[in-house]
Write a protein of this length. Structure first.
Length: 433
């Protein structure tokens, strides 16, 4: 069949993006998988975070943020691409149905508006081409931003690995975790200096001069590992046609938008704030004697609050109550080092295992209805729900009367705060017999 056998408007324009079918296929297949992957990243991070000390927590938070931003950037780009492509398909279909375009004489519009429309000269074919171009640009930028964030996560991981190695070899604890950013800055510094020199003095330098050869050598070295504008063809091509400032502003706004989504979602998952709270109704607060926190009861708690002490149930049965006190790697080490430094430093020896447990139990200042519990024998324990390492204490409740009782523990406060509110210095776990 020749082209002339097709009715007007039934064929795609010759300059239609040749990859549109592949773009639709990739977007449609991967968008749902990416949204599921974002949820899996949340679960993995929230399960891993309670087991990390301060240094590893800093790195993991960064890697989680970059990874989640990369996944969400791809997901948002693909969803937006599908919407834009759907709009483009709708325009192509309407052009096929009505190839003669808009009949302005049949519309009730004023003469001035009609003249303005005619002066602008925007036809349906122009809109089809613009929609086609927008779709491809969004698709390309989404992939580019995601790969950039993934490379940044890889660079941060490399910086952290180098810092950790230097801490181990040279015993420089001050390198963790801030040394990671210093290493990343040092890695990027030669390229940044070469770029500044090239922009400012490149035309004045002789091609065979020592400075020019040094700058060229730096460019080649970074290009071998995929660093440089010539290795990011999509972004460079767009900058050359649209403008560097506009592309930079678009990139910055997009990354900040995705970062706000990631951090906001993480804060919601950790319960730091909620949406739709009652205006004057107080929240149930950790450590408050008038509150009941579900994470304190293992038959109600999930896996996202593995650092909170917990008992079997709000309504325990039998003569004993099992209390699990998780080891908090961000707070307990400093407390143990201050309370029993000799035992904590030698905790890897078998002879110090029991003294360490006793020291840990002493830190809890365990009470039942305000009465100190001194004769309990603690045990090392791993919570099967969360795999969190910690301590188990079995509390006798045989002689307690029917009704409400409160189990109290000292709360390991952060070094930077919480001490200003002594009323929250203890966990208060209510239970009823």
């Amino acid at each position: 069949m020749s082209d002339n056998e097709h009715p007007p408007g039934s064929l795609l324009a010759k300059d239609t993006t040749p990859t549109w079918e592949m773009e639709l296929l990739i977007s449609g297949v991967t968008v749902f998988a990416l949204l599921q992957l974002a949820g899996l990243l949340d679960q993995a991070y929230l399960a891993l975070r309670p087991k990390l000390d301060v240094d590893w927590d800093s790195l993991t938070r960064l890697l989680f943020a970059y990874s989640k931003m990369s996944v969400l950037t791809l997901a948002v780009a693909f969803v937006l691409h599908l919407i834009l492509r759907a709009h483009w398909i709708a325009l192509v279909g309407m052009n096929s149905i009505y190839p003669d375009g808009v009949r302005w004489d049949r519309l009730k519009i004023g003469a001035i508006k009609q003249r303005l429309i005619e002066q602008r000269g925007i036809t349906l074919v122009n809109r089809i081409e613009a929609a086609d171009n927008r779709s491809s640009i969004v698709f390309a930028l989404g992939v580019t931003f995601a790969l950039t964030l993934a490379c940044l996560a890889l660079l941060v991981s490399l910086g952290f690995a180098i810092s950790a190695l230097l801490v181990r070899l040279l015993d420089w604890p001050w390198l963790m975790p801030n040394g990671t950013f210093a290493v990343v800055a040092l890695v990027a510094l030669p390229y940044a200096l070469a770029h500044l020199l090239d922009r400012g003095f490149g035309k004045r330098l002789g091609a065979d001069g020592r400075t020019a050869r040094a700058i060229a050598w730096i460019y080649r070295a970074y290009a071998r590992v995929g660093y440089g504008s010539d290795n990011n063809s999509t972004l460079t091509l767009l900058q050359s046609h649209v403008g560097e400032r506009k592309v930079f502003a678009l990139t910055l706004v997009s990354i900040l938008f995705i970062a706000a989504i990631v951090m906001g979602q993480l804060a919601l998952q950790q319960g730091k704030f909620s949406i739709g709270d009652y205006a004057n109704w107080p929240d149930a607060e950790l450590g408050a004697v008038d509150s009941v926190i579900d994470q304190h009861y293992r038959d109600q708690a999930g896996q996202t609050d593995a650092l909170l002490p917990s008992i079997d149930s709000m309504f325990p049965r039998g003569d004993y109550l099992s209390l699990i006190v998780p080891f908090n790697p961000r707070r307990h080490p400093a407390l143990l080092a201050e309370t029993c430094p000799g035992i904590w430093q030698a905790a890897d020896t078998f002879s110090q295992r029991q003294p360490l447990l006793e020291c840990m139990a002493q830190l809890q200042q365990l009470t039942v209805d305000g009465q100190a519990q001194q004769m309990l024998t603690p045990r090392f324990y791993s919570d099967p729900r969360t795999a969190q390492q910690g301590m188990l204490m079995v509390v006798p409740i045989r002689n307690l009367g029917a009704g409400e009782h409160v189990l109290g523990l000292k709360r390991p406060l952060a070094a930077n705060g919480d001490k200003s509110d002594p009323g929250r210095a203890r966990y208060q776990i209510a239970f009823w017999k």
